[in-house]
Design a protein around this ligand. Structure first.
Ligand SMILES: CC(C)(COP(=O)(O)OP(=O)(O)OC[C@H]1O[C@@H](n2cnc3c(N)ncnc32)[C@H](O)[C@@H]1OP(=O)(O)O)[C@@H](O)C(=O)NCCC(=O)NCCS
Length: 352
């Protein structure tokens, strides 16, 4: 059974919503959402207008148990859609039916009356797709939508889904038959996000401050990987002094601000020759997306642009190192085609 893609449950931050694993309060809010006649009709849960309209806003013990079981499921990702302004849960967005071998899964979303028609569905769909494509090797996300649901079709199309076909007369409601539309979005369909991201060479006057930040981050990573504090500090200093002896940019290394379409800085990336003396082997020495900008596809886009930079400088290959515990980053690198060439392993005898 597929289990690993969705083991890590994220909190995804948007402008209108936060997507997060369900809390008990969110599950309470879902009672109202799941009883909403439009939700019941448009998700195909009922067969008649009467059934759609007469649902109690209460959850059965089985449904509560179902929500409680989701955190442990690595084969699916169920996130509550929390409206920022109210803090209440207005719906859910789900990636399920994972087929890990073929890197495919299904998508579905539902939002109750209190949340609809204000851009929430569009943002939630984009956030979860960006997260899935950035942190897993997923290649295809598919969905089915009734042909009588033009709003959902529009939202899916604007998030990048394409219509693949029509299943005729698959659903009967109030004794009439309706068609289902099949849609999907592929990893490759979403490359336009690259156009939103720019690599801007770091200005010389900001270089010393960046160097200090990079050193601190590296030192923290080394300590997290088990190096004692004094050794980690020395190791980080020594590495940065070797590459930037004059504490300034040098030939064969480039440090870029990663900026979004508004030229806001969302992180940085340092790419340069590796230190083994081979001019055509290059290395991603450091990449960081600031926490508030994570999960939006910036890391992937920046890495693709850095790859182009390295190629244009004559690189034959591009390497990077990642700590084993950083599952999100490892998923991203693997999905971009990076392969593990060495692995350092460590067993802990006691917690820190
Ligand atoms: C489908 C759903 C997730 C969309 O979320 P939402 O927050 O209501 O949608 P948004 O406000 O983000 O966007 C709605 C978009 O559809 C457009 N739209 C609304 N009604 C439309 C219609 N009848 N025809 C075409 N487009 C329509 C809006 O103009 C808007 O587009 P824009 O952003 O380009 O202006 C939500 O309405 C929902 O859960 N509905 C009930 C359950 C459901 O249908 N689930 C999907 C089952 S497949």
């Amino acid at each position: 059974m597929s289990t690993s893609f969705f083991t890590r449950k994220p909190i995804l931050q948007g402008d209108l919503v936060v997507l997060r694993p369900f809390t008990e309060n969110d599950v309470e809010d879902m009672a109202v959402v799941l009883a909403d006649p439009e939700v019941r009709h448009l998700t195909g849960s009922v067969r008649t207008t009467e059934e759609a309209s007469n649902a109690p806003a209460q959850l059965s013990p089985e449904v509560r148990q179902w929500y409680a079981s989701l955190a442990a499921r690595g084969d699916r990702l169920d996130l509550a859609i929390i409206e920022r302004t109210t803090g209440s849960c207005v719906g859910e967005v789900v990636l399920n039916e994972l087929n890990e071998a073929d890197a495919c899964c299904n998508f579905r979303i539902l939002i109750g009356a209190a949340g609809r028609g204000r851009g929430i569905g569009t943002e939630a769909t984009r956030l979860v797709l960006d997260h899935a494509f950035a942190t897993t090797a997923l290649n295809r996300v598919e969905l089915e939508v009734f042909a009588f649901n033009p709003r959902a079709l529009h939202v899916y199309e604007s998030a990048g889904f394409k219509v693949e076909g029509r299943l005729r007369q698959t659903f009967t409601f109030d004794d009439q038959r309706f068609d289902t539309i099949v849609m999907s979005v592929l990893r490759g369909d979403r490359t336009p996000s690259r156009a939103r991201v720019h690599l801007v060479p770091l200005a010389a006057d900001r270089f010393p401050a960046w160097l200090e930040q990079s050193r601190r981050e590296y030192e923290t990573d080394l300590m997290a990987a088990g190096e004692p504090a004094d050794k980690a500090r020395h190791h980080a200093e020594e590495t940065l002094d070797r590459v930037f002896p004059a504490r300034a940019p040098v030939d064969g290394h480039a440090v870029f601000d990663i900026t979004d379409e508004n030229r806001t800085r969302v992180g940085y990336i340092w790419v340069g020759r590796d230190q083994e003396g081979k001019d055509d082997s290059w290395w991603i020495w450091d990449i960081l997306i600031h926490p508030e900008h994570r999960g939006k596809g910036f890391g992937r886009a920046a890495l693709e642009l850095a790859e182009e930079h390295a190629r244009s400088e004559g690189a034959r290959d591009l390497g990077l190192s990642v700590f084993g515990s950083n599952q999100a980053a490892r998923g991203l690198y693997e999905s971009l085609g990076y392969e593990t060439v060495t692995a350092t392993m460590r067993k802990r005898f006691r917690p820190d």
